[in-house]
Write a protein that binds this ligand. Structure first.
Ligand SMILES: [Zn+2]
Ligand SMILES: [Zn+2]
Length: 381
């Protein structure tokens, strides 16, 4: 992971720095952090300088070697003092000792090979493919099966992926002797290098096709439309992904199949808001129910339920229905429902209603509205 530990940054040079620039930057940095200069310093400072000195040396070791540098530019360094593997999750990522496979990848990256991983003998893993499905809120809560149509590359059945007619109309590549790899001298931006790389004649197959398979035109694979029966589990949330192993594009020359990744979008619900496995919403209740208490009807994921409102419930009170939320994936337990009581102030009162309410108001004592009493006391101070 180059970003974790940047050799160029350690030496204070640009990515395009020349060999001379790197050498001079290294000398400067090595002088600055040389352990001899820190022998009398406090331990923490000495240790830090020692660490930095090690990093500088390692950075120089890589950047001063054109092969290592080219590989580092492409992949980062898994053997760096900070550890960490290669980025990108490439399945065929290999250690520094195996330079030829590196340069196989190096080539592919420049020729538009994408994330495909070239392995020994030109094996290339298939790409993952992805699709998006949009489901209703309740489908996400209860789980649902969806048929997803995908289009993917599959190994040609007529030539078994060889690209040669009947899978047999080919001969061994003369240039590489069937190994799929050759040693080449090439001019790169890093100077001339001798590298082992994918054979350009057979492109790593080790075979030269003498009669092309008509079905796939020699590609060894064909595009097919398939239906994936996706069981979307109860509890799935918006933006979550499901992976279907080996349902992606086929590999080549014996490479592994990619996976199919399904991204699930969940439509919002008109009433329910979901946070994790809990459900939130507002419930309007009458002024009288809030004052006297009473039973109300509350919507839940399992239909309408009764809920007892206690006497003297204030607007904004949050009520909890434990275990009535969304079922957790891979578990039988469920989240909770939280609803917020919204006390409705009646509007459009008749003259008579207003009179009755005024009379009632006059009978109230300050202790019956303690919050209001406290507030009045506060502002009079
Ligand atoms: Zn074919
Ligand atoms: Zn060849």
């Amino acid at each position: 992971m180059a970003d974790k530990y940047d050799y160029y940054e350690i030496l204070g040079v640009n990515k395009g720095a020349s060999e001379d620039e790197i050498k001079s930057a290294y000398r400067k940095m090595a002088k600055k952090y040389h352990p001899d200069l820190y022998s009398t310093k406090p331990e923490a400072e000495r240790k830090a300088a020692e660490e930095q000195f090690k990093k500088i040396n390692h950075a120089y070791d890589v950047l001063s070697d054109s092969q290592k540098r080219a590989a580092y530019d492409q992949y980062g360094d898994e053997n760096g003092p900070m550890g960490g593997g290669f980025g990108g999750g490439a399945t065929g990522a290999q250690g520094f000792g195996d330079f030829d496979s590196f340069f196989g990848d190096f080539f592919n990256a420049f020729t538009g090979g994408g994330r495909r991983t070239t392995r020994q003998n030109g094996r290339i893993d298939g790409d993952d493919i992805s699709a998006t499905v949009t489901i209703d809120f309740m489908e996400a809560v209860k789980g649902v099966q969806k048929d997803i149509q995908i289009s993917r590359q599959e190994t040609c059945a007529d030539c078994h992926g060889t690209g040669a007619k009947n899978g047999s109309a080919y001969k061994t590549c003369g240039r590489c002797g069937g190994s799929g790899r050759v040693t080449m001298r090439q001019n790169t931006i890093f100077g001339q290098q001798v590298v082992q790389t994918v054979c350009p004649d057979c492109r790593g197959n080790g075979r030269i096709i003498t009669d092309t398979c008509k079905t796939c035109g020699g590609k060894g694979m064909n595009k097919h439309t398939r239906i994936i029966h996706a069981n979307i589990p109860a509890g799935i949330d918006n933006g979550q992904m499901l992976s279907f192993a080996n349902e992606g594009n086929c590999g080549r020359n014996g490479g592994a199949k990619g996976n199919f990744i399904l991204v699930v979008n969940v439509k919002p619900h008109p009433l329910f808001k979901r946070k994790g496995y809990d459900i939130f919403f507002d419930v309007p209740i009458s002024y009288t129910t809030a004052t006297l208490g009473g039973e109300i009807e509350v919507p839940t994921l399992d239909g309408v339920a009764k809920y007892k409102i206690s006497e003297g419930t204030q607007s904004g009170t949050v009520c909890r229905m434990s275990g009535k939320g969304v079922k957790r994936i891979k578990s039988e337990s469920r989240g909770d429902i939280y609803f917020t009581v919204q006390v409705q102030t009646p509007t459009g009162l008749s003259k008579q209603q207003k009179e009755i309410l005024s009379q009632f108001e006059q009978t109230l004592t300050p202790n019956q509205s303690p919050k209001q009493k406290k507030f009045s006391e506060y502002i009079r101070k």
